[in-house]
Design a protein around this ligand. Structure first.
Ligand code: ATP
Ligand code: MG
Length: 402
C-alpha cells in the first residue's frame, strides 16, 4: 500500500468498526496499481453523510448534497462520499438527482470508465467488478456499461476519455470510441469551463499524441470552442517531436503560437472563447511575444526579459524548446536574475524627484524621461542611483528641449 493509503487506513478502519463499509475508490486506486503518484485519496462508504460526521471529530461539508464529507486527519483531508446512484440526466450533463445507496456495486456502476471503477479495501484487496484490472493492464479506456448511454448521461465523459488517453497513454476501446464519434455534438451542452479543464489536462499529459489522436479520430475536437476547423492545428501538434507541457500557461501559449495568433487581440479572442481568466490572458499574450522574440533572435534582450517577467519567460522558453528554438532554462533564469531591477517601482527616482530637481514639470515629458531612465537602468547604461539618474535625466531633458 502506498504511504497515502497507509495514512488513510485508520479512517476506513473507524468507519468499518461502526458497522459500515468503506473503500478507496476511483483515480487513487487506478494510480496506485499503475505505480503513479497520487494527488488525492477518495473514499467511498455505505455510511450516510450524517453517519460519517458522527464518527469523526473534524469534518467539512464540501459537497454534502452529493454525499461528500471531507474528513480532516493529521493535516490531511479525505473526501468521503456515500455510495450513490445518479438519475435524470436531462441536459446531457450533471444528474438531476443523486440517491444514496448501501451497495458498492451500484456506486461503481455509475463511474465513467472501468479503470476508474475499481475499489480497494483497507488491506489492499482490489475489488474489480467491471474488469477494470484487465483494461488497466492492456491500456484500454472502456466505458462502464453501454458507452452510448453513458455519454448521453454526461457528455463531459467524452472529454475525460481523451484526457485519460493522454495522461496514461491508453487507447480508447472501439465501441467506446465509436460512441464518442456518434455523440460528439453533445459536447456543446457542457459548460466551456469544464471542457477547458479536460483540454488543458490533455495537453499536459505524458502522452499528448494519444489524446490528440482520440480527438481526431472521433471528431470530438469539432465541438470544442474555437476548434471546429482546427484539424490542421491538431496535426501540427502531433508532428512535433516528443513534448511535455507542465503548465496551463504553456498549453495556451503553444496553442496560440501554433495557430499563428501572434497579435495580442487574436490571442485574447481565443482565450475569451475558452472563458479563461484575465490573468491567464495577460500571461499568455506576454509569453507569446517572448516566443516570437526567441524565434527571431535566439535570445532575449535585457529589456525583453524585464518586461516579460520570469514566469512568462519560463512559459515562453518551455514552448520555444518544444518548437526547437528554446534557450537553456538555467541560463535564462540567470540572465533574468542579473537584471539590475525587476520592477519599475525599484527605480531610484520618481516623478517627484524630477520636479524637485527642476528638470521637468508634471506632464507627458515626465513619463518619457522616466521611461528613458528605466531603459538605461535595465540595460546597465546607468546605475540605479539617484544622483546618476538625475544627471542622466538632465541630459535627456536637455535633448528633448532642443
Ligand atoms: P484525476 O483526479 O487524476 O484527474 P480521477 O479519476 O480521480 O482523475 P476525478 O475527476 O477526481 O478523476 O473523479 C474521481 C472519480 O469519480 C473517477 O475516478 C470516477 O470514478 C468518478 N467520476 C468523476 N467524474 C465522473 C463523470 N463525469 N462520470 C462518471 N464518473 C466520474
Ligand atoms: Mg481525482
Amino acid at each position: 500500500l502506498p504511504a497515502e493509503f497507509q495514512a488513510a487506513k485508520p479512517i476506513l478502519d473507524t468507519i468499518e468498526a461502526a458497522g459500515y463499509e468503506a473503500y478507496f475508490v476511483g483515480g487513487c486506486v487506478r494510480d496506485t496499481i499503475l505505480g503513479k503518484p497520487l494527488h488525492d485519496v477518495d473514499i467511498a462508504t455505505s455510511a450516510f453523510p450524517a453517519e460519517v460526521k458522527q464518527l469523526f471529530k473534524r469534518t467539512v461539508d464540501t459537497g454534502i448534497e452529493h454525499g461528500t464529507v471531507m474528513i480532516l486527519d493529521h493535516g490531511n483531508g479525505y473526501e468521503t462520499t456515500t455510495f450513490r446512484t445518479e438519475s435524470g440526466y436531462q441536459d446531457f450533463r450533471r444528474p438531476d438527482q443523486v440517491t444514496f445507496v448501501r451497495s458498492l456495486q451500484d456506486d461503481l456502476k455509475r463511474r465513467d470508465f472501468t479503470i476508474n471503477a475499481l475499489a480497494m479495501t483497507a488491506n489492499g484487496k482490489v475489488i474489480d467488478l467491471f474488469d477494470g484490472l484487465a483494461d488497466l493492464e492492456q491500456g484500454v479506456l472502456r466505458a462502464v456499461g453501454i458507452a452510448e448511454a453513458r455519454f448521453h448521461e454526461d457528455a463531459l465523459r467524452m472529454m475525460r476519455a481523451v484526457r485519460f488517453a493522454s495522461q496514461l497513454g491508453f487507447t480508447i476501446e472501439p465501441q467506446t470510441e465509436q460512441a464518442i464519434a456518434d455523440n460528439a455534438t453533445l459536447l456543446t451542452k457542457i459548460a466551456v469551463e469544464r471542457t477547458r479543464v479536460e483540454w488543458e489536462k490533455l495537453l499536459m499529459g505524458q502522452h499528448p499524441i494519444a489524446g490528440l489522436t482520440g480527438l481526431l479520430t472521433t471528431g470530438l475536437y469539432r465541438y470544442m470552442p474555437a476548434m471546429a476547423d482546427q484539424e490542421g492545428l491538431l496535426r501540427q501538434l502531433m508532428a512535433l517531436p516528443t513534448w511535455h507541457l507542465t503548465s496551463i500557461e504553456s498549453t495556451w501559449t503553444l496553442l496560440s503560437w501554433t495557430m499563428r495568433l501572434t497579435d495580442e487581440a487574436a490571442v485574447r479572442h481565443l482565450l475569451k472563447m475558452w472563458r479563461t481568466s484575465n490573468e491567464l490572458i495577460s500571461h499568455v499574450t506576454t509569453a507569446v511575444k517572448a516566443v516570437a522574440a526567441l524565434k527571431r533572435a535566439g535570445r532575449l534582450t535585457a529589456q525583453e526579459n524585464f518586461y516579460t517577467g520570469l514566469d512568462a519567460l519560463t512559459t515562453a522558453n518551455q514552448v520555444a524548446t518544444i518548437l526547437g528554438f528554446g534557450q537553456d532554462q538555467t541560463e535564462l533564469a540567470r540572465a533574468y536574475a542579473d537584471l539590475p531591477i525587476h520592477d519599475k517601482h525599484e527605480l531610484a527616482i520618481n516623478g517627484g524627484d524630477l520636479v524637485k530637481a527642476k528638470l521637468v514639470t508634471p506632464g507627458p515629458m515626465m513619463g518619457q524621461i522616466l521611461t528613458a531612465c528605466l531603459q538605461a537602468v535595465i540595460t546597465k547604461q546607468v546605475a540605479n542611483q539617484q544622483d546618476d539618474l538625475l544627471d542622466f535625466a538632465g541630459m535627456v531633458a536637455d535633448s528633448k528641449n532642443h
